[in-house]
Design a protein around this ligand. Structure first.
Ligand code: GDP
Ligand code: MG
Length: 436
């Protein structure tokens, strides 16, 4: 799914301590693929990508302390903006306010009329429902049943045409003192001129305050076309995305919101009458990126700690204070990063043949760590203190041997020399990478 894919990309970013412009481009390419596969329309993807790129470069992601987080935040904000920025409530100041629901047959208009009625009653509004499907009595009955379920009056409008029925229902709603009349209309299989003319006529006859397009989230690419046609006919004031529970790709909302400028107001999340929510662009963007708030927070803290550790080690390196304790800490980080071989591959200026890398065994890392942890802090700082009796003590304490300990101390001395050579920027970056 889109959220899975973008979530994966986000996770990868979270793990990287450094993002170059090339990394950024690679990440954007991955995002682009994920968005396209999720049925987000190409112009929307293009817009989003250029937006993210511009903001990322402006934010100097490569130089920031947590580049991955910064990119995720940028993408999150760009997505939210695309989805309408802030959530907007319906304009229901007029009494009665008429909410016109339009859309193709099967989009979920009638179900949504019931759901919306229930939601507005919960806000203390006096709501009534009416259907102006002039040709299908069964469609009107379906809404009548729903009205009974949510306990709001159903108003049957009189008249030969949909517009006439709508007009008479609005009059009735006014007489009965309702705040809101939700108007369910007839749908067709495909957008046709007859349907468009009828909806335009209904909207004009009742002066609907909100004209909401009910759109099946599973419609995919054609959602855009449908939205554009309805929008040009009645100037939609919003969109309700249904069946978001069944939509595995989730791209329709992005496309519709961006291309028509019609904001998504609510989402249907299931067949049940209470499976309906106010659409919140910020939350939706978060969901698409798969960032649970709690998870995100924990990761942020974690990233901050690692960053601090890397910075500390880098500072010590600069001052030539890099000791065995730092060494042991780094060995642990190395393991987390997939072992010695993958680390060596990342080291600048370190070109080892693959078969040599394959032979590297990471088990000794644990033993090395054990040896360091068996040393006193003073010994870690000044390995020269390690005489025969100290070595025997450490070997015993770590379950290793004196020759093994000697090898480790030699390796550390080599590493320290190498790091001194790479002091400064290069060494810092490498450390940052190592501490990841
Ligand atoms: P209409 O022709 O536009 O009035 O569509 P209906 O309201 O009759 O809905 C068509 C079908 O979609 C029905 O089976 C509904 O139960 C189903 N439906 C509507 N909204 C949702 C939703 O948010 N989630 C799911 N899973 N099904 C929905
Ligand atoms: Mg219907």
């Amino acid at each position: 799914s889109l959220s899975e894919k973008l979530g994966n990309i986000a996770n990868k970013l979270r793990g990287s301590a450094r993002v170059s412009e090339a990394d950024l481009d690679a990440t954007l390419r991955e995002m682009r693929m994920a968005l396209l596969e999720a049925d987000v329309a190409l112009p929307v993807v293009r817009h989003l990508m250029s937006e993210v790129r511009e903001r990322a470069l402006g934010a100097e992601v490569a130089k920031s302390l947590q580049p991955g987080q910064v990119i995720i935040k940028i993408l999150n904000d760009a997505l939210a903006d695309l989805l309408g920025g802030q959530r907007r409530d319906l304009n229901l100041s007029k009494i009665p306010s008429v909410i016109l629901l339009c859309g193709l047959q099967g989009a979920g208009k009638t179900t949504t009329a019931g759901k919306l009625a229930r939601l507005l009653i919960g806000q203390g509004k006096k709501v009534a429902l009416t259907s102006v499907d002039a040709t299908r009595p069964a469609a009107r009955e379906q809404l009548q049943v729903l009205a009974g379920q949510v306990d709001v009056p159903y108003i049957a409008g009189d008249g030969a045409s949909a517009a006439a029925m709508a007009k008479s229902a609005v009059k009735q709603a006014g007489r009965d003192g309702h705040h809101v009349l939700i108007l369910d209309t007839a749908g067709r299989q495909v957008v046709d001129d007859e349907l468009m003319a009828e909806i335009r006529e209904v909207a004009g006859a009742v002066g609907a305050t909100e004209r909401l397009l009910v759109l099946d989230a599973m419609t995919g690419q054609t959602a855009l076309q449908i939205a554009e046609q309805f929008h040009s006919a009645v100037n939609m004031s919003g969109c309700i995305l249904t069946k978001t529970d069944a939509d595995v790709r989730g791209g329709a909302a992005l496309s519709v919101a961006h291309s028509t400028g019609v904001p998504v107001r609510y989402v249907g999340t299931g067949e049940k009458i209470d499976a309906f929510e106010l659409f919140d662009p910020q939350r939706m963007a978060g969901r698409i990126l798969g960032q649970g708030d709690v998870v995100g927070l924990v990761e942020k803290i974690q990233a901050g700690v690692d960053e601090e550790q890397a910075q500390k080690a880098a500072d010590r390196l600069k001052k030539g204070q890099f000791d065995l304790g730092d060494f042991a800490e780094q060995l642990g980080q190395m393991q987390n990063m997939g072992g010695m071989a993958s680390m060596l591959k990342m080291m600048p200026g370190m070109k080892l043949p693959q078969d040599a890398l394959d032979q590297i065994d990471d088990k000794p890392i644990k033993r090395m760590q054990a040896m360091v942890y068996s040393m006193t802090p003073k010994e870690r700082k000044y390995p020269k203190l390690m005489n025969g009796s100290r070595k025997r003590r450490v070997a015993m304490g770590s379950g290793t041997s004196v020759p093994e300990l000697n090898r480790m101390l030699k390796q550390f001395a080599q590493m320290q020399r190498m790091m001194k050579k790479m002091k400064g920027g290069k060494g810092r970056r490498m450390l940052a990478q190592m501490m990841g």
